[in-house]
Design a protein around this ligand. Structure first.
Ligand code: ADP
Ligand code: MG
Length: 257
């Protein structure tokens, strides 16, 4: 059967009197890129917070690869295969690029930490192997960052911080990666490079899928397989960008801002 990788059903959350996400249904297939667009305050980031377990939904379900994960704590959802970045950067500025990515591997290397107490030599070898993997991840997301892997993340320009965040999210070897406005702080050249980076990262990881909140229409017009539009917490359109952009409801949502 053609089961979706991520299946969001009737998902809702209420904050007091505000229904920030309302009855959202969204399917993401394996090897698919879906962009989520919509006006400011529409509920896009809140939808990510629901899927990644930061908020518990007041209604609805989230299923990953056939397993229902609704209401699971965030760390368990991360371990199950959903990684994400945040709208505002969450790097550790006083750690190196390499250490920032190693932190993203935490769920995979924690078993090695216990062994470290018993077998320091082996633990060291494991840590070195993990550091090498982290370096390769940085290289695969952004070759020009690799030579800077031992420098502090705080020194990076905004576009490179975004790239490093993607490398860190990939470190947990997710099935689904969710990016919240990855092109914010990027100029057109960086945004074009981001499109190429995402395509390359996907082609190296068969089956992995991207869910991307975006407002840059150049990216939205070129990168995704499908576009979903959120307005006042509800999904008002889902399909090819060329069709979605012409829908009167979508145009109203943007003009009404
Ligand atoms: P978007 O990412 O589409 O710009 P958000 O998901 O950040 O929008 O916000 C959607 C709405 O939910 C906004 O009105 C916001 O103020 C509200 N909201 C988000 N998180 C909370 C919260 N923890 N408590 C109360 N209101 C919230
Ligand atoms: Mg947001």
């Amino acid at each position: 059967m053609n089961r979706p990788l991520l299946d969001v059903r009737d998902l809702s959350i209420r904050f007091g009197g505000l229904v920030a996400v309302a009855d959202v249904n969204l399917k993401l297939n394996a090897s698919e890129i879906v962009c989520i667009i919509g006006p400011n305050g529409a509920g896009k980031s809140t939808l990510f917070n629901l899927i990644s377990g930061i908020y518990r939904p007041t209604q609805g379900s989230v299923t990953l690869d056939g397993q229902e994960i609704t209401g699971w704590p965030a760390h368990r959802i991360a371990a199950a295969g959903i990684a994400r970045t945040f709208q505002s950067s969450r790097l550790f500025n006083d750690l190196t690029l390499l250490d920032n990515v190693l932190i993203g591997m935490h769920t995979r290397t924690s078993a090695g930490v216990l062994q470290a107490l018993l077998l320091p030599g082996k633990a060291r070898a494991e840590l070195e192997a993990a550091a090498e993997r982290a370096g390769e991840l940085i290289r695969s997301v952004s070759p020009h960052l690799y030579p800077r892997r031992h420098t502090l993340a705080g020194a990076l320009p905004q576009a490179d911080r975004r790239r490093l965040e993607i490398a860190r999210a990939l470190a947990s070897e997710p099935k689904v990666i969710m990016l919240d406005e990855p092109s914010s702080g990027m100029d057109d050249r960086d945004t074009d490079a981001l499109v190429a980076d995402v395509r390359r990262v996907m082609s190296e990881r068969p089956g992995m899928s991207f869910l991307i909140i975006e407002h840059d229409m150049r990216l939205v017009a070129t990168l995704p397989n499908r576009v979903a539009v959120i307005d006042y917490g509800r999904k008002i359109a889902d399909g090819d960008f060329s069709e979605v952009r012409l829908m009167p409801r979508v145009q109203e949502a943007y003009l009404g801002q």
